[in-house]
Design a protein around this ligand. Structure first.
Ligand code: UDX
Length: 447
């Protein structure tokens, strides 16, 4: 008999994981504590833009025309406990207000709500990004509060999906990491992931702390790569070098690799910034803070880029105040193919210029609703062309494909001044310069 799976929490991670598990052939029951989210998912809708996710839900959500019916949603904890052999906990762990540490309250609440209903054997699998040591603590809680006692076991299985590629990354992950304490837990997780493992995905079996640390250290490494290249961009700016060529040249070395070396206004989103901060906070608690002091620098290089972009814009406008200047901002999401504006460098730069008196008009292909909610006082336009109309300077801050395909000549006709600042090093300088634009990018020579 095939395993039955539940997924607790239906945000980016949970909704994608639930749909992917149904795609792999399992019967899946998703739970959330927000009734509106459940109602939306039951109609096959998602509250965020994530390529391929809506299609996958429509393919599997019970009750929808032509769907397999393998995926259902509920608000009922007892139903979840009754239904599942394996329960994935996919709730989020945001940064605590005013602190670096991760807020574990959603994870703790999920385990506390589920535990009293676990009367028979069950495997509870944490997927959320948590401070190392959490799995051990939660395993103790489960053993003490689940009526099944030791029959209700915990495992940790961190998730590495990227927004914009969530479906692809879940169905075809680079690796699967499981922290387990029994052969039974390993066997169940091998069964869950039999398809990707058969397709060649490495399956790493380890203990709880290592499984938790794989996630935080992978994100720290990625953040370090981006801040490294942004630090090189600062040096290039001072020395007259070209950071794009530098990145390409060092990337030819396989040990370094070409990926994650695009200099610009830095990383944002709901993961990298808060994860490196939570990691530093946890290392401090463990007495290992010295080991991670470099992450403080990674964070500050990253945050500095936003201010440097603002200064670049000021300079392009002749120095001095932004008052009365019209600034077009292309991009609001923290990265392309996402509508997520959490800790978005693009929106931060737009906001800083606005607060300094600039007349800012933002356009983003998918992030407008979220941007409007977070920053209602900015100006918004429905197209790149409309945002650029009358602009004294154009800032390219999220590297959507749509922006690479813009026609510089057409934009040049409506802009007040043909000055483009590329905060993502993603546009073709020659294309824009040929159309008469002054093109500048971070870490690259001016012409
Ligand atoms: C990240 C990790 O990649 C993923 O494995 C983890 O599970 C969650 O955190 P995500 O937040 O979706 O995923 O975004 P990612 O693609 O990693 O990009 C993060 C930020 O870095 C974006 O703001 C992006 O614009 C920026 N970035 C990325 C750069 O500035 N330069 C680069 O070269 C690459």
């Amino acid at each position: 008999m095939s395993l039955k799976i539940t997924v607790i929490g239906t945000g980016y991670l949970g909704a994608t994981h639930a749909a992917a598990m149904a795609e792999l052939g399992f019967e899946v029951l998703g739970l959330d504590v927000v009734p509106e989210k459940i109602a939306l998912l039951q109609r096959g809708e998602v509250p965020m833009y994530e390529p391929g996710l809506r299609e996958l839900l429509r393919k599997h959500v019970a009750g929808l025309e032509g769907a397999t019916g393998r995926l259902r949603f509920t608000l009922d904890w007892a139903e979840v406990a009754e239904f599942g052999d394996v329960h994935f906990v996919c709730v989020n762990t945001p940064q605590k207000h005013g602190e670096y540490a991760a807020d574990m309250s959603y994870v703790d609440a999920a385990i506390a709500s589920l535990a009293p209903h676990l009367t028979g054997p069950a495997l509870v699998v944490g997927k959320s990004t948590v401070p190392v040591g959490s799995a051990d603590r939660l395993a103790g809680y489960l053993a003490a509060h689940a009526p099944a006692g030791a029959g209700a076991e915990l495992a940790w299985n961190p998730e590495f999906l990227r927004e914009g590629f969530a479906v692809e990354d879940t169905l075809h992950p680079d690796r699967i990491v499981v922290g387990v304490r029994s052969e039974r837990a390993e066997k169940l997780l091998r069964e869950v992931y039999a398809t990707p493992v058969a397709e060649g995905t490495p399956f790493v079996v380890t203990d709880f702390p290592t499984a938790e640390l794989v996630k935080t250290s992978a994100n720290s490494f990625l953040a370090t790569k981006i801040s490294f290249i942004n630090a090189m961009a600062e040096v290039c700016e001072a020395a007259g070098g070209d950071v794009a060529q530098l990145a390409e040249a060092i990337g030819h070395d396989d040990r370094i690799g070409k990926k994650f070396l695009r200099a610009g206004i830095g990383f944002g989103g709901g993961c990298l910034p808060k994860d490196i901060r939570a990691f530093m906070a946890r290392a401090g608690e463990l007495g290992a803070d010295q080991a991670l002091t470099f992450l403080r620098e990674i964070d500050s290089i990253n945050m500095r880029r936003r201010g440097q972009m603002v200064e670049m814009a000021r300079e392009a406008l002749g120095g001095g105040s932004f008052l009365g200047k019209r600034v077009a901002v292309l991009g609001a999401a923290f990265k392309p193919d996402s509508d997520d504006v959490r800790d978005s460098p693009a929106l931060n730069v737009a906001g800083q210029i606005h607060l300094q008196g600039g007349q800012v008009t933002v356009y983003d292909p998918k992030g407008m609703d979220n941007a409007r909610r977070v920053f209602p006082t900015l100006g918004y336009a429905d197209s790149a062309l409309a945002a650029v109309r009358g602009a004294d300077v154009v800032l390219h801050l999220t590297e959507w494909r749509e922006f690479r395909e813009l026609d510089p000549a057409e934009l040049g006709e409506v802009a007040a001044a043909k000055v483009l600042l590329d905060g993502r090093n993603a546009l073709d300088p020659q294309r824009w310069r040929r159309a008469g634009w002054t093109y500048r990018a971070m870490g690259r020579p001016t012409a």
